[in-house]
Design a protein around this ligand. Structure first.
Ligand SMILES: Cc1cc2nc3c(=O)[nH]c(=O)nc-3n(C[C@H](O)[C@H](O)[C@H](O)COP(=O)(O)OP(=O)(O)OC[C@H]3O[C@@H](n4cnc5c(N)ncnc54)[C@H](O)[C@@H]3O)c2cc1C
Length: 622
């Protein structure tokens, strides 16, 4: 069978990697070990969170599926950091894991140009360093112009529970052993990482009455820009909060010698920001307690995820430590927690398009690239899928800049710096946080979705109108001034606002921290014609306009800098402040421009700035 694109994997990366090219009209095949598990969430039943919510919104803005699936199957919606600035707010939703899988499987099966096969890919078909297809355990050969590997934690997956080890990709699923061996044979740099998950508890054995309740937002906001905000009214289930205590810590500590984390049984590096409970007890010995979130996994099945208690301790220790926690004294474990070690591809092996440098037409996306998290996986999946699709069509690749999207930051960090530990997104990873907000992801990125044909006309008309309204309103605010007349001062005081003493632009007036959407409407009644979403954006633009302009200037400066030519014969070794590794790479490749230099793995933005200064100095000296 011949395809344009073959995607190996039906996880969060594989889904977006398959949908994007198929929706672009490119004939695509998804091969996955278990069709039942398309869209399975290996770990926590939640999508989004700080910085991760940004990624989901960006995916959505370009036509990805994750946000729509979350809105359709979410069972609790919250905006994290709601009281803080808009740049660091993050949307998070608990999802019904079963319904999420079914939703995704249906979308995949109903997408034109997309076929699915439940088979295990064991080898790739490669000739002259160019990928031609895949070979499965059933002996089937599927040919394609591009292949995307989105195999998650499955490559040589090895599960640890106490002293017990078991080869698996996820508990209960085959590991991908032959494909892992095949990739090692290609000479691609492969490393080993580790992640883990907690036990799942039978809800009927938990005493929720002694735990704190954590509900969803009163007025839940949908994840997707394409979900109707007015009619969005999901069923919301509560989460509960409880804590570990001295007993729990004693049980864990006295069993350290049986923990694969400490006994040397696990070699792979784990996620620093999502440590196991044994790691937390070891690292933070003076903390009297650790918070545990008891989260529902589905609407109907009474099974709970105990967020904060990821572990690979032996099963008897897991039971004792869980039963030492308030409200869990009679807890019955349905599934034990475990750690998993797996192979990953060092992402410096990849171009910004996520195509491998060594094998033409072969792309990697998701956890295989050293990341952790559903959102990071889906983002890479979509970009690999888009770029594979564009390449099939003979079109220019799409690489998002660091100033355009967190997805751009994610991929740039991975392919230029590589990673030695599971990489997750944080808002602090972006230099342009005020520009890359969740709330403006639609305005930042819809043009790409439109160009690729991934967004429908109705939605595009809506987002374009929103863009026009905001631009019109900001001009109005810049051009219109208010004066301290008696009438206007009274109006301000009635809104609990300080009076003005001089003539000011409406933009400056609305920049006050105390302003709200309601006050905007009271002060500028002309704005009643705009939707709530538009007024919200006007408020943000007004409050942060100075900072936003400053960051936009920085972006322009960066763009100009990247266009700078590196003179022929430039002596990189004479530039002080560059590491020997960077100098070696630059001398080896001799990039013609700073943009080309920026694409070399390890060449950081700071290194580019230094080079820029030296090039300018060399030009002046001439
Ligand atoms: C135990 C565990 C704990 C985790 N803990 C966390 C956590 O705390 N926080 C967090 O953010 N993330 C966690 N993760 C990671 C999270 O699950 C992943 O980041 C995310 O699911 C990665 O998505 P993916 O699409 O890359 O891979 P996966 O979701 O793993 O999907 C891989 C897909 O590839 C398929 N596949 C693999 N090999 C082959 C083959 N040879 N042929 C055909 N199909 C193949 C599989 O069937 C599967 O469909 C954890 C994962 C595991 C397993």
């Amino acid at each position: 069978m011949n395809y344009d694109v073959i995607v190996i994997g039906g996880g969060h990366a594989g889904i977006e990697a398959s949908l994007a090219p198929a929706r672009m009209g490119v004939k695509t095949l998804m091969v996955t070990i278990l069709a039942e598990q398309i869209g399975a969430s290996s770990c926590n039943p939640a999508i989004g969170g700080l910085a991760k919510g940004h990624l989901v919104k960006e995916l959505d803005a370009m036509g990805g599926e994750m946000a729509l699936a979350t809105d359709a199957t979410g069972i609790q919606f919250r905006i994290l950091n709601g009281s803080k600035g808009p740049a660091v707010r993050g949307s998070r939703a608990q999802i019904d894991m079963d319904r999420y899988r079914i939703y995704m499987k249906n979308v995949i099966l109903n997408t034109p140009n997309l076929d699915v096969k439940q088979e295990i890919v064991e080898a790739l078909i490669i000739e002259d360093n160019k990928v031609l297809g895949v070979e499965t355990q059933l002996g089937n050969r599927y040919m394609a112009k591009k292949v995307i590997i989105a195999s998650g934690t499955f490559l040589n997956g090895l599960i640890h529970i106490g002293e017990k080890k078991q080869q698996a990709g996820r508990q209960g699923e085959f590991a991908s052993v032959k494909l892992a061996e095949y990739l090692r044979g290609l000479g691609i740099e492969i490393g080993r990482l580790k992640t883990g998950t907690c036990a799942r508890i039978d809800g009927s054995s938990i005493d929720f009455s002694v735990m704190e309740v954590q509900g969803g937002d009163e007025n839940p906001t949908p994840f997707s820009f394409r979900t109707n905000r007015e009619s969005f009214n999901p069923t919301q289930l509560p989460c509960h909060v409880t804590y570990t205590n001295e007993d729990t810590h004693h049980i864990i500590e006295s069993n350290f010698y049986r923990a694969p984390m400490f006994s040397g049984q696990i070699e792979g590096m784990g996620p620093r920001y999502c440590p196991s409970i044994e790691d937390k007890i070891n690292r933070f010995r003076d903390r009297p307690r650790h918070q545990i979130f008891v989260e529902p996994q589905t609407l109907e099945a009474n099974e709970y995820y105990i967020n904060g208690m990821s572990t690979s301790l032996p099963t008897d220790v897991q039971l004792s430590m869980i039963r030492s926690v308030k409200g869990m004294e009679s807890a019955k474990i349905v599934r034990y927690g475990y750690a998993i070690e797996y192979d990953y591809v060092q992402p410096t092996e990849l171009k910004h398009t996520l195509e491998t440098k060594k094998i033409e037409g072969l792309y990697c996306a998701g956890q295989i690239n050293g990341t952790t998290g559903y959102e990071e996986a889906a983002s890479q999946g979509m970009m690999a899928g888009i770029n594979a699709g564009l390449s099939v069509k003979g079109e220019e690749p799409l690489v998002l800049g660091r100033h355009e999207a967190y997805i751009g930051v994610l991929i740039d960090d991975l392919v230029t710096k590589g990673t030695k530990e599971p990489y997750r997104m944080f808002t602090s990873r972006s230099e342009y946080r005020l520009l890359l907000r969740e709330d403006n992801a639609d305005r930042r990125l819809y043009r790409y979705g439109e160009k690729l044909g991934l967004l429908d006309e109705e939605y595009l008309a809506k987002v374009k109108q929103k863009e026009r309204d905001i631009a019109e309103a900001v001009i109005y605010l810049k051009e219109n001034f208010v004066t301290p007349t008696k009438e206007f001062i009274e109006k301000l005081l009635s809104l609990d606002e300080e009076k003005i003493n001089d003539k000011v632009s409406l933009l400056d007036l609305l920049a006050r921290a105390s302003m709200s959407s309601e006050k905007i409407i009271a002060l500028v009644p002309e704005f009643k014609k705009y939707s709530d979403e538009v007024v919200e954006q006007i408020l943000i633009e007004a409050k942060y306009s100075r900072y936003i302009d400053k960051q936009k200037n920085q972006v322009d400066k960066m763009k100009n800098m990247l266009n700078v030519k590196i003179p022929e014969g430039f002596e990189f070794s004479k530039v002080s402040g560059l590491s020997n590794e960077i100098i070696e790479k630059l001398e080896d490749i001799m990039p013609p421009t700073l943009f080309n230099a920026s694409e070399i793995s390890g060449v950081t933005p700071a290194a580019l700035e230094i080079l820029h200064i030296y090039i300018k100095m060399a030009q002046k000296a001439r």
